[in-house]
Design a protein around this ligand. Structure first.
Ligand code: ATP
Ligand code: MN
Ligand code: MN
Length: 376
């Protein structure tokens, strides 16, 4: 075609770590549809089909043109029969009846609501669905349910947490995190990771990586930071997971495994001065309830030893699909095992040290991909 004449499909890699994927998505119509299908399969715990649609979504996000004819996807990897049929339907009808069916499905709608609550996954959703529950309101009203501490916080701050975090809010929280960490460890390095590092301007949470250059490590840092926030009344929820890292242990080969760093899943209270303070005065005069001047924000804090920092940075920057493909590429194309702690060369039987993300890509024999090109 004219628009993609210079685009040679045979050059496209099946691995998203060999592609550049910016936030500039020319195929949102298709990738949104794929993501609904993937999510539905995730709710049904069908990992294979879920991954098939996630990979296809990733691939179309990396194309430098909009797909308008079946010919445009000729020779591309990651396009199986299910995916091809869906693309054909959307090209011909403008929308997909299969996707519409999922969006209207009672089970999908209930799981979508349940999993939007912090601390609620597919397993809990399954349980609630089997009990006949269908909405967040119904779960909230059911006083017989035994909720975890995490889920209780999830319901308590539900409205704030489902409204996404903005870049401005991320910057404000970033200042708080940096100031608090540096009051205990002046040389500490605090870096925003996750979606915001990839250039997104909204997110569901804010992810931070903390390390202290030099040999000094402080196992108490996360506790000191969260204790101070507690004293200041800024900590709405906090769950500290202690480190489970064992030296010399081979990296996990599981593609979606959690890492072993000490970390904290928290909800912070971010004060937001109201732009319109007449509403405030008015409500006070009228004896109305105090206007809420803060927002609950989900924050992830991860502490890493300095020598593992580049690996942790690569892992926590994501996207999830990009990370999965890096690990799959390492295993299948290089006989290496990659995780958030390091890279193990199975042929040489050694761990490969890296001082930067660039060095990790080089160890893997990959061209460097910038964080904003990892939106796979
Ligand atoms: P969002 O804007 O929705 O927050 P995100 O890309 O920042 O998008 P997160 O779920 O915050 O998504 O995760 C950021 C990155 O950290 C992802 O690549 C994910 O794979 C990784 N990650 C998230 N949770 C863990 C965990 N518990 N252990 C290891 N890695 C994790
Ligand atoms: Mn995030
Ligand atoms: Mn996160």
């Amino acid at each position: 075609g004219i628009q993609n004449e210079s685009f040679i499909a045979t050059k496209v890699s099946q691995y998203s770590c060999q592609r550049k994927t910016t936030l500039n998505n020319y195929n949102k119509k298709f990738t949104d549809a794929f993501e609904v299908m993937a999510e539905n399969y995730e709710f049904k715990e069908n990992e294979i089909f879920c991954l098939e649609f996630l990979r296809a979504s990733s691939l179309l996000k990396s194309l430098p043109f909009s797909v308008t004819r079946m010919k445009d996807i000729q020779g591309l990897p990651c396009v199986g029969d299910q995916v091809r049929d869906l693309i054909e339907e959307i090209i011909e009808e403008g929308e997909s009846s299969k996707v519409k069916e999922v969006l209207n499905d009672e089970r999908y709608k209930a799981f979508k609501q349940f999993t939007s609550v912090f601390g609620v996954g597919v397993k809990t959703s399954e349980k609630w669905y089997r009990m006949g529950l269908r909405t967040v309101e119904e779960v909230k009203a059911d006083k017989t349910l035994k909720l975890s501490k995490m889920q209780k916080a999830g319901f308590l701050y539900y409205e704030d947490l489902v409204s996404c975090v903005s870049k401005a809010e991320a910057d404000a929280v970033s200042l708080i995190v940096k100031n608090t960490v540096c009051s205990f460890l002046p040389d500490a390095l605090v870096t925003i990771t996750g979606g915001f590092r990839r250039g997104k301007n909204i997110g569901h949470d804010i992810d931070f990586l903390i390390t202290n250059p030099g040999p000094r490590e402080d196992d108490e840092l996360l506790h000191k930071v969260t204790d101070l926030w507690k004293k200041q009344g800024l900590l709405l929820y906090c769950d500290i997971i202690e480190s489970t890292f064992v030296k010399e242990q081979l990296p996990s080969r599981q593609v979606d495994a959690m890492d072993h760093f000490q970390k904290c899943f928290a909800i912070l209270k971010l004060y937001q001065p109201r732009v319109d303070n007449s509403t405030c005065t008015m409500s006070k005069k009228l004896g109305m309830a105090e206007v809420k001047d803060w927002k609950a924000i989900r924050v992830d804090l991860v502490i890493t030893p300095f020598e593992q920092y580049p690996y942790a940075l690569l892992g926590w920057t994501g996207s999830r699909q990009f990370g999965r493909d890096l690990r799959r590429y390492a295993a299948h194309e290089r006989k290496m095992i990659l995780d958030n702690h390091g890279l193990y060369d199975r042929r040489k039987r050694i761990f490969l040290k890296a001082g930067s993300e660039e060095e990790i890509f080089a160890h893997l024999g990959l061209d460097y991909v910038e964080p904003w090109e990892r939106n796979a």
